[in-house]
Design a protein around this ligand. Structure first.
Ligand SMILES: *Cc1c(COP(=O)(O)O)cnc(C)c1O
Length: 454
């Protein structure tokens, strides 16, 4: 199967009956926080038109209500909800993956809900601590940790390093020796299961750079155990992202548990079982994408783990913030060639790169509904690249210059992957809470573009 096929939009959906965000399905009724009231699209109780006017575009808008609901869904499912503050958690730990969205206001909100952090760099550690996430709930993955980053994480007493190679383990041991601390480590294993997602966001297969082969795990743990400055505490897996079925998670867990049995036979007992993140969200309505809820994931996985004396860690990113954020953009121009119609908007691939990078599909809907007939268009940005598009061959009601469009499902890997390419300042970010809204990141300025240049 061509994995890209799943991401191409060839099907046409009417815009009425619009629903999205499977994570927002509660009690079998669909709840969304970006919905039409009459002809106008709202974020919670605030019209998006008003936000566009007040803050300008392109603009990321987040719903606090959605964020809270999603992190609580994980807390309830995996037991992280009880673990408030800096106390060692009694249930599982929900460590939000910062790379999905690392805005401080969002992190503070998640921290207040008891979330920990899954980090992949020193910069993310800095952000997590600054937002009040306790070090005791921070896990650190990534194949390229530097000595400085390792020293920083040791100094802050993070929960554990999720180690991805032999040489990294040796470096952690060395750095820990120099700082006079013992480094808590888990081995990130690669369970070699196909998560049935896009290859760029698939990690748990042998051909990818992540984790260590299962067959090398025993040797790794034996070696780690002998190291003076290493304390072996856990095991980690993370098989990919935007996974819309439970089966790959379960397959991976079964393999990891079998490995843990073998490790136990060799006297290696672990305390933490880190299941990674990767639960998908619904980017398009209709059949096909029906990712399970956190509760369904927990229901399938936790019984396998029960009674083993393990603390479970999960590392969701996308499924917490993805459908809690949208990107507002304004139509600048229309343009027609003999082959195509283009809608040129003021948000580009530097603001939201997922369509360009993965061929990812995002619903794009008008902020004010019109009765105009639908046209097939490419929605493109101002960047000087042919790959700069938000949607291709998309049927949508004709858009006029000056009108606002809303790109749904943009809360995860949206702002966090944005750049200043083409010397475009970063978009602003706004948090909506009921009828209130506030800026959580100022729009970048031209001055910001040259800051640090000598
Ligand atoms: C990216 C990542 C996550 C989060 O993945 P999502 O698909 O956003 O849930 C979790 N753990 C690790 C190690 C990651 O690299």
């Amino acid at each position: 199967m061509n994995p890209h096929a799943r991401f191409e939009c060839r099907r046409l959906y009417p815009l009425i009956f619009f629903d999205f965000g499977v994570q927002t399905v509660l009690n079998k009724s669909i709840m969304h926080d970006f919905i039409y009231r009459g002809a106008d699209l709202y974020a919670e109780d605030v019209p998006l038109e008003e936000l566009g006017r007040e803050y300008g575009t392109p603009l990321y808008v987040y719903s606090k209500r959605t964020l809270v609901r999603h992190i609580r869904a994980y807390g309830d499912a995996f037991g992280g909800a009880q673990s408030h503050g800096d106390q060692p958690p009694t249930g599982g730990i929900v460590s939000f993956a910062l790379k999905a969205n690392s805005n401080g206001a969002i992190l503070r909100l998640l921290a207040s809900e008891g979330a920990g952090a899954d980090i992949v760099s020193g910069g993310e550690l800095f952000r997590a601590l600054r937002a009040g996430i306790p070090a005791s709930k921070i896990v650190y993955a990534g194949v390229g940790k530097t000595a400085d980053e390792i020293a920083y994480a040791l100094k802050k007493n993070i929960l554990m390093f999720n180690v991805e190679s032999d040489e990294e383990l040796e470096k952690i041991n060395r750095v820990a020796g120099m700082t006079g601390r013992k480094a808590p480590v888990a081995l990130r294993v690669n369970p070699d299961v196909d998560p049935l997602t896009h290859p760029y966001i698939s990690t748990g297969m042998k051909k990818y750079k992540f984790g260590m082969p299962m067959e090398d795990a025993l040797e790794f743990y034996m070696k780690a155990r002998r190291m003076e400055n290493i304390e072996v505490v856990g095991i980690h897996e993370h098989i990919g992202s935007q996974i819309t079925q439970v089966a790959p998670f379960r397959d991976a867990l079964e393999k990891v548990l079998a490995l843990m049995e073998r490790l136990r036979g060799s006297g290696i007992k672990l305390r933490y079982l880190d299941l990674g993140g990767g639960l998908g969200i619904r980017y398009r309505r209709g059949e096909g994408e029906k990712p399970p809820l956190p509760a369904a994931l927990a229901k399938s996985l936790l019984p396998l783990v029960k009674g083993r004396g393990l603390t479970v860690i999960v590392e969701p990113g996308r499924s917490v913030v993805g459908n809690a954020g949208v990107l507002l953009t304004r139509c600048l121009y229309r343009k027609k060639t003999s082959r195509k119609r283009f809608v040129i908007v003021d948000a580009g691939m530097n603001d939201l790169i997922r369509p360009s990078l993965y061929g990812a599909y995002h619903e794009i809907i008008p902020v004010r509904k019109s009765r105009r007939a639908a046209l097939k268009v490419d929605v493109v940005g101002p960047i000087c690249e042919s790959g700069d598009f938000l949607a291709t061959d998309r049927r949508m009601p004709a858009v006029m210059p000056g009108e606002l469009l809303c790109v749904l499902g943009a809360g995860a890997y949206g702002f966090s992957m944005s750049s200043n390419y083409n010397s475009r300042p970063h978009p602003a970010e706004v948090m909506v809470d009921g009828g209130e809204h506030r800026l959580i990141r100022k729009r970048g300025t031209y001055r910001d573009l040259v800051r640090g240049e000598l």
